[in-house]
Write a protein that binds this ligand. Structure first.
Ligand code: 6PG
Length: 240
């Protein structure tokens, strides 16, 4: 794993670098594999990045968009990660509808929706249960508790090792999430972390030894590249 950490001056610089990296990975994937698979983070930090990607002139029919996690709400709910990315980016570009792969939340049962998205991904990537496809780029955020995607501290989703999608749990609220082994199969994972409220968790995530169950972002050790883009914090104590 090739791990890099960059401390940016401000949010604007972080988004600019994230855009450069994202466009580079998209173009590299299309050049090398005639297709790019990218999974999006939810939350607030990545929104300006998605708005910037939405202004680009790319080979949209070769780009497939997934989500690393989703709140268990309808796609038109204000909390929906799908809604945010569609408004910020996907509705602004001529990307074919079939290239957008949202996590469905319509079954009224998170387990059922997790299973059906898992099956959809297995079909798309032509893999069997227990096999983990490599996405070209997975964008992640990190919460102040050290969670990422919807892999929250001390939840069952952290232990799922034989599926692509698990049911996450945020204070009793169900979520759908990529699993740790699926994320770790990625060619490139980029964390976008902004704000002093993330400092304590960041130091724990980078600590030589620590409690992975308490700081789930520690579990993200992809076989490919790992890039941390930070702003509004100090470099983690253990990063020299
Ligand atoms: C979500 C995200 C979540 C997010 C972090 C950071 O669905 O909320 O996937 O993991 O990335 O909570 O969120 P901010 O970027 O808003 O701080």
């Amino acid at each position: 794993m090739d791990k890099q950490v960059k401390l940016l001056e401000d949010k604007e610089e972080l988004i600019k670098l994230a855009l450069d990296i994202s466009l580079g990975k998209i173009q590299e994937a299309i050049r090398e594999r005639n297709q790019c698979t990218i999974a999006l983070a939810g939350g607030n930090t990545p929104r300006p990045l998605y708005e910037s990607i939405g202004t680009q002139n790319l080979d949209w029919d070769k780009i497939h968009v997934f989500w690393g996690d989703e709140r268990y709400v309808a796609p038109d709910h204000p909390d929906s990660n799908q809604r945010m990315a569609r408004q910020a980016w996907l509705d602004q570009v001529p990307i074919p509808a079939k290239n957008i792969h949202p996590m469905g939340t319509g079954a009224g049962d998170p387990k059922a929706d997790a299973l059906s998205h898992d099956a959809h991904l297995q079909e798309f990537f032509q893999v069997s249960t227990g096999e983990f496809p490599s996405l070209d780029l997975i964008l992640l955020g990190m919460g102040g508790d050290g969670h990422t995607a919807s892999l929250f501290p001390h939840t069952d989703a952290l232990k799922v090792s034989d599926r692509l999608i698990a049911v996450g749990n945020k204070d009793g609220q169900p979520r759908l999430t990529f699993t740790v082994p699926f994320i770790n199969q990625a060619r490139c994972v980029v964390f976008l972390v902004a704000g002093a409220d993330k400092q304590a968790a960041l130091d724990q995530v980078f600590a030589e030894t620590g409690d992975d169950m308490n700081y789930p972002s520690r579990l993200i050790q992809p076989q490919g590249e790992l890039q941390w883009l930070l702003t509004g914090v100090n470099l983690p104590k253990n990063w020299v």
